[in-house]
Design a protein around this ligand. Sequence first.
Ligand code: FSO
Ligand code: SF4
Length: 540
Amino acid sequence: MFCFQCQETAQCTGCTRVGVCGKSATTATLQDLLIYATKGLCEITTKLRQEKQDISRKLNQFICENLFITITNANFDDEIIIKRITDTLNYKQELFAKLQNKDNLSPVALWTTDDENTYLVKGATIGVLATENEDIRSLRELITYGLKGMAAYNKHANALGKFNDEIDSFLQATLAKTVDDNLSGEELTALALETGAFGVKVMALLDEANTSRYGNPEITSVDIGVRNNPAILISGHDLRDLEMLLEQTQGTGVDVYTHSEMLPAHYYPFFKKYKNFAGNYGNAWWKQKEEFLSFNGPILLTTNCLVPPKAEYKDRIYTTGVVGFAGCKHIPGEIGETKDFSAIIEHAKKCPPPTQIETGSIVGGFAHNQVLALADKVVEAVKSGAIKKFVVMAGCDGRQLARNYYTDFAKALPQDTVILTAGCAKYKYNKLNLGDIGGIPRVLDAGQCNDSYSLALIALKLKEVFGLDDINELPIAYNIAWYEQKAVIVLLALLYLGVKNIKLGPTFPAFLSPNVAKVLVDNFGISGINSVEEDIKSLI
Ligand code: FSO
Ligand code: SF4
């Protein structure tokens, strides 16, 4: 195996024997083959579109799910991945038959087999390292990871009934281009930036999907203690799954708590009507081994990030959607279908209530609508000098000790600075009680990682209010933490919006070759993190 798609990759170069995430070599190879088969399928769907033939929504969704399954910590279940490879090849055959012009198809599009036993042998020949030129490899992977993030956000929008054919067409055409040997480094670089443009579009689509169904996030205080009822913990990013779970738990005596990236659900007006929607339990994804144990009840994983579960609580893990782990119960249901959560609810009834690990509350809900409602106050605070600088500290949290930098950085920021955050990176400082500036909290949480879009909208609005020509003239600094591939699409989206001088940490992506990293440094001023003192000095 060779995988270097996430920040925790071994020695900051690549996982080669087993994933630091717990992914086995077999699973990694099967995931590589799933991506390879999907790239071939996308070449054919793209050609069919050129022939003005229709591609069904079902197929668009299937492609997005294939990508989403391979995001770090989403799916470890070989059986599921093998079935998806087979389904992908079957789709490919079906569409190939419809193709009028079958000339000039790549070997990737033409590859097929009806023998599942050959998957591992084939998978070992088509992985990341099969592209020999390290710069082409780097750009191909940068684009592929960005598209994985895009696919995840698109899937969430689709689950709420929002679709955009332009996004699906771009995603598939671009994925196919990552196996096109005729594309130069310059062309692939341009394609990576165009991927960022579609990153903005997909986050806008998801924002519309979320807010049209659940209302605009508003300032909300979320309890982090526990009640005395049996309960279900829901993790991941899928708000539609949460909605169905809350509907089905009404009147059962079972409470529902959010974990990690599901915390921002509390900020939406829609979910406040559910009396059993108890609060948030725990922290970012990587602390789940302790927190799932002490939660005592069943846990529903709706998307990444699942850490291979300990035996002590494995029987309490339920997966749904793209998530999978051999031996854990999977709750089925396609987009548009109502899932049946009765098994997990019955399970919860037999469990003791959660053990309290924290008390108090955290405040969030500062997505674009809420911040713009406070715009006068914010602009006044900037003009008066009460707020000197905003620091965008969005992104992901992770296990590495080096990430304590972000806690230290938040603590060391001067009192006249405000942190704008989104994603699970917030858990490094959202319980520090950093105070407020004239009633404006010093940590403004917009929501999940996709709500980084909100932060971009806020920046664009401030640019307009202050009458500036360039987003980079604003008193905003960017110190972003990344972990998995959704962060890649967020980063590409910010670059597309023209944001410069982003600090990216805790380490630079291993998949950026020195030359590709140089392009990002030279054109966008991206840099890594240094000591807290040095970075406070350079950013503030
Ligand atoms: Fe965190 Fe995991 Fe949302 Fe990622 S929970 S690490 S960026 O999935 O997607 O922020
Ligand atoms: Fe390694 Fe990350 Fe790939 Fe897992 S996802 S195998 S930790 S690079």
